[in-house]
Design a protein around this ligand. Structure first.
Ligand SMILES: [Zn+2]
Length: 176
């Protein structure tokens, strides 16, 4: 917070690597779920800005919530953007929903730990945050933006090569 969309960048890199074994929509939903608490604090002015939600225990809990709700929300989202068709509705496997949600909430804590001095990721065991200031905030934002770009390039290259590979197989099949 308050730059929730920046978290999507690293998610696109993971999507490029894991392809169909990762749901970017569930990941994105997990980012929103993570920042509900800080948003609430910003609006009401009460509470600890990055409180329990931005600890690894909080992130574990929110990952479960994000996976359980995100699987269905993402399936609706895929219908809306036209990736999933009415006749062949795309179902997100439970393990993919959970994997994507956990990568989402844990990476969120890691990134926010570097940026916000009030984040205590290892609460209640430790109040320390070793990642704080590891890189500067502008560098962090650049990293997120560039990872989105690089991730998208890798993702579409893999898709392209796969399609080409499939086409090659079909051609060989017809030559027989
Ligand atoms: Zn956050």
């Amino acid at each position: 917070m308050p730059f929730t969309p920046f978290h999507i960048g690293p998610g696109i890199v993971v999507k490029a690597i894991l392809q169909g074994s990762f749901s970017l929509m569930v990941f994105g939903w997990a980012q929103v779920v993570m920042d509900i608490q800080p948003l609430f604090v910003l609006v009401t002015g009460e509470g600890h800005l990055h409180g329990f939600s931005h600890t690894y225990i909080g992130a574990t809990l929110l990952a479960v919530i994000s996976a359980l709700s995100g699987k269905y929300l993402a399936e609706i989202g895929l219908r809306i953007v036209g990736i999933s068709k009415r006749d062949y509705p795309l179902k997100i496997k439970w393990w993919i929903a959970f994997l994507s949600a956990f990568i989402g909430t844990y990476s969120h804590v890691v990134l926010d730990s570097m940026m916000h001095s009030d984040v205590q990721p290892f609460f209640p065991w430790s109040q320390e945050n070793q990642l704080l200031g590891l890189i500067t905030v502008p560098q962090l934002h650049q990293l997120c933006l560039y990872s989105a770009l690089v991730g998208a390039i890798i993702y579409y290259s893999v898709q392209y090569l796969r399609k080409k590979g499939d086409l090659f197989k079909i051609c060989r099949h017809h030559q027989r």
